[in-house]
Design a protein around this ligand. Sequence first.
Ligand code: ZN
Length: 354
Amino acid sequence: MALPDAADVQVEVARFEAELARAASPREAQAARDRFLGRRNSVVASWMQTIASAPPEQKKQIGRLANELKQAVEERWRRYAAGAEAAARPAGAVDVTLPGRARPLGHRHPLTVVRDQMEEIFSRMGFALVEGPEVEDEWHCFDALNMPAEHPARDMQDTLYLASPVAGDAGAPGDRRTLLRTHTSAMQIRYMLAHTPPIRIVVPGRVYRRDDLDLTHTPAFSQIEGLVVGEGISLADLKGTLAAFARDMFGTGSRLRLRPSFFPYTEPSAEVDISCWKCDGAGCAMCKRTGWIEILGCGMVHPAVFEAVGYDPERYTGFAWGIGIERVAILRYQVEDIRLFYENDLRFLEQFPH
Ligand SMILES: [Zn+2]
């Protein structure tokens, strides 16, 4: 066979196109393809074979031409096959071989992301996750937590009471008014009544207050309550636990500061500040130039709380804390208006890591 040259490429491609045009069935078209592209005895294969017998200085040129022919024929075949397929399809039919249209995937709400992260940190530290009822009664929510009837938090101005009273249950006195729990601390009481120490739990959940909606308040928000009870539990354990949490949650350089405070159900009580993660304590707008950010309230469990659940306060000690999930989310994502978290505007929600 004579050595092919550039003009032969055009000739062979035209011949292939003519054969495809003549093909009366898919089978005939396939046969034409095989005559040009088949592994044995095809036009392309014979061109490849001539490389072996060609003079050394022409080998490269012939290899290039053979490749050019192969690609041109393959390209014509692809075009022919796509056209034949479209012709075989009734007008308006769906081509199931086309790639699908991607549907946008939903993702977790930023508050859920923060809550999941906190739960994950505390579970790794050995805490059990416990949930409790949002409809509570005043004994579990107040009395047992050392907030007697005259306590201001029990005022109608602060608490959302429900109409029907509930009958007494284990460990609690008779009929009581029901309410939407004002804090997850009510679950401390339910859990201690049902278990004996040692106790190490976290209680995430929604709580309700009679607050008007504004930049920093909503009538419903979320907390994570923590409770540790055992023998010989001290304030040092409280601080160590929260410091470990802060390092995990806000960065390894986080430092902790306890300021004396007051809660009826803990003694002593403290507000916990952590070093500002934005300026590392130097002072910036986020920490209001103080270098510290208040994130939670905590304290050692008040002996009166142990007495309410039948624990011996001489034998057991413990600590508890409550941290606001919205508060952490607001600080972490630097959101100025808490209401944005509840309006579910996708333009807002899509800005957060999932
Ligand atoms: Zn700062």
